[in-house]
Design a protein around this ligand. Structure first.
Ligand code: C2E
Ligand code: CA
Ligand code: CA
Length: 570
């Protein structure tokens, strides 16, 4: 039995067939270590196996009966359980050729016979053990135990060094995600999931050797790679996918690979992680769960993302500080002498730092983030107030139409909100129209019919905006209780040069009128377009031909002109 102190001592194995040598060396070593002795290779192997994981060092003679030292070294190095044990060869020959051969087999050191001073022997043994333990500590933290790829810290450090040593080379940073690993684990156990990661890692390691790269398992199912620029990474994805067939499961694992191509030396040196974050952004922009896909980092896309995030952050304050300003674009009746009919309220964001921002940028963003209702309510009130102001100031009414987002249609208080605005500013339903975009009609027909029916029931007049841009067809005209259709701009663009388009527009206008709808053409920019529309019996035109959207006070000039035309005193 070992004493407690002995328990904590390291254990070494000595294999030697000459008893005197064995006793001598065993005696010296036992000053510091637990010593297990064997008289030949077979015995030594048995002892090593029985104590696997506990042996700090093997010292072996070369010439022994049953199994010689060479075979013993070879066998130990080929055994995954034993391969890490450092080996010292006990030589008497001093033969360089034999020593080289031992080194090739995996021995690390020689101890010449006859043995020298015990202190020297102990010091050498101690150094070998310490070296080997340090190395295995390094290996354990340097490499991910499951996959053999580098761990994060080492990877980033080595990536930096690799890039620095090969400044002239063109490198790509890659982030690879394997999807559904968790599902695989849940269904078939963690072992299967780990196996999948190992299969992928094996392919990655093989691939990296060809493209002079290095890789890491960055977390659970994410790999970071750095390698020389490749035109395509399809083959990497395909080989990994093929390797998964060995898993024999129903779970279809797929991958998303995000790439930052042609990394820049300076950026890489100053912010290595930042470069991989860009590849990670490209990776997360890909759709998860579908078939495997590859995406490249796009600086513009990232800039847009940052802009969106910052606009969303600023939104509440912008409403409070009234940074949103409503512009008005006139609509004219299509006659020989066109006259002002009405106006469309179009919002702009006058941002204190970014200047004027177009609604094309922030409206979809607010729709996606559930903020559009707040803005629309603001615009609706502002437009209603403006309408009342103009009436008061000029004594005539210029109807205003406001835009109602398709998202607003899901607001249970919509009808009530709009009615209370109209009531508060004492407007007529003829003076305050609602533009609802056509795409809203196609998404949820029953919902639309219900809301529009209720708005109509209150007395509102509805304009179907962007007509012809979506999926809705002319048949919509029959089942939607709308008053006005606004032909989408795409019908007007190039109308003057496109006979087919002209035929189409003529038919749409005729049909709409047959169903009793007024027709407005928007995006009218040219006189020819205006004349063609006039020939087809279109009622109203809106577009740069007359005016861009303008601020409220500038719009006053259109009202004054109208007053003059009509011989009124405004
Ligand atoms: P929309 O309702 O179809 O508005 C017409 C757009 O076409 C406006 O762009 C207008 O400035 C532009 N436009 C007018 N005439 C011409 C022309 O002759 N040529 C060209 N190329 N364009 C013309 P804007 O003001 O940038 O608004 C874009 C979209 O933003 C609007 O499309 C509307 O869907 C939305 N929007 C604007 N204001 C509001 C709002 O207060 N609430 C909601 N929900 N959406 C709004
Ligand atoms: Ca509109
Ligand atoms: Ca429109």
């Amino acid at each position: 039995m070992y004493s407690k102190a002995e328990d904590m001592r390291r254990t070494v194995v000595v294999a030697e067939d000459e008893i005197t040598n064995l006793l001598l060396l065993g005696g010296i070593l036992s000053i510091e270590y637990n010593v297990l002795t064997a008289e030949n290779g077979v015995q030594a192997l048995k002892i090593l196996k029985e104590n696997a994981g506990r042996i700090s060092l093997l010292l072996t003679d070369l010439i022994m009966p049953e199994m010689n030292g060479f075979d013993l070294i070879r066998t130990v190095k080929a055994d995954p359980e034993l391969e890490k044990i450092p080996i010292i060869v006990l030589t008497s020959s001093g033969d360089a050729k034999t020593e080289v051969e031992c080194l090739r087999y995996g021995a690390v050191e020689f101890l010449p016979k006859p043995y020298g001073m015990p202190a020297t022997i102990l010091a050498r043994v101690q150094r070998i053990i310490e070296l080997s333990e340090d190395k295995s500590i390094i290996q354990a933290t340097e490499k991910d135990l499951l996959t053999g790829l580098y761990t994060n810290g080492y990877f980033l450090e080595y990536a930096l060094r690799l890039e620095e040593h090969h400044h002239e080379r063109d490198y790509d940073a890659l982030v690879l995600d394997i999807d559904r690993i968790k599902t695989l684990g849940d269904l078939y156990g963690e072992g299967k999931a780990n196996r999948a990661l190992q299969l992928a890692a094996n392919e990655i390691i093989g691939y990296l050797a060809d493209v002079h790269g290095i890789g890491s398992r960055f977390n659970q199912n994410t790999f970071y790679l750095l390698c020389e620029h490749q035109e395509s990474y399809e083959c990497l994805i395909q080989t990994i996918e093929r390797s998964f067939s060995a898993l024999d499961t129903d779970v279809r694992l797929s991958m998303r690979l995000g790439i930052l191509p042609h990394i820049r030396n300076e950026e890489f040196s100053s912010d290595v992680m930042g470069q991989f974050m860009k590849a990670a952004a490209a990776c997360s922009s890909l759709k998860a769960g579908g078939p495997s896909s590859i995406g490249f980092f796009d600086e513009k896309l990232q800039e847009q993302k940052r802009l969106k995030e910052s606009l969303l952050k600023d939104f509440d304050q912008a409403i409070e500080q009234r940074q949103f300003v409503v512009f008005y674009q006139p609509k004219f009746s299509i006659e020989e002498k066109p006259s002002l009919r009405s106006a469309e309220a179009l919002v702009r964001w006058i941002h204190p730092e970014r200047g004027m921002i177009s609604p094309g940028i922030f409206i979809p963003l607010l729709e996606q983030n559930g903020l559009i209702q707040k803005l629309d309510r603001y615009v609706w009130e502002e437009a209603a107030w403006q309408e009342a102001e103009w009436k008061k100031r000029y004594g005539i009414s210029v109807p205003i139409s406001v835009n109602v987002s398709r998202i607003d249609l899901y607001d249970p208080h919509l009808v009530q909100t709009l009615r209370s605005i109209v009531e508060r500013f004492k407007l007529d339903f003829d003076e305050y129209l609602l533009e609802i975009t056509e795409s809203a009609y196609s998404s949820d027909m029953a919902q639309m019919l219900d809301v529009i029916g209720r708005l109509k029931g209150e007395g509102f007049r509805i304009e179907m905006d962007d007509f012809g841009s979506g999926y809705s067809s002319l048949t919509r005209l029959t089942d939607m209780p709308i008053d006005v259709i606004k032909l989408d701009m795409s019908f007007i663009r190039g109308l003057e040069k496109d006979v087919k388009k002209q035929d189409l527009v003529e038919i749409i206008i005729a049909m709409a009128k047959k169903f009793g709808n007024l027709v407005v053409a928007e995006g009218v920019e040219l006189e020819e377009q205006f004349n063609i529309l006039r020939g087809f019996g279109c009622d109203v035109a809106q577009g740069y031909y007359f005016s861009k959207p303008v601020p409220a006070d500038e719009f006053g000039k259109f009202i004054e002109q109208k007053c003059m035309q009509e011989g009124r005193v405004c």
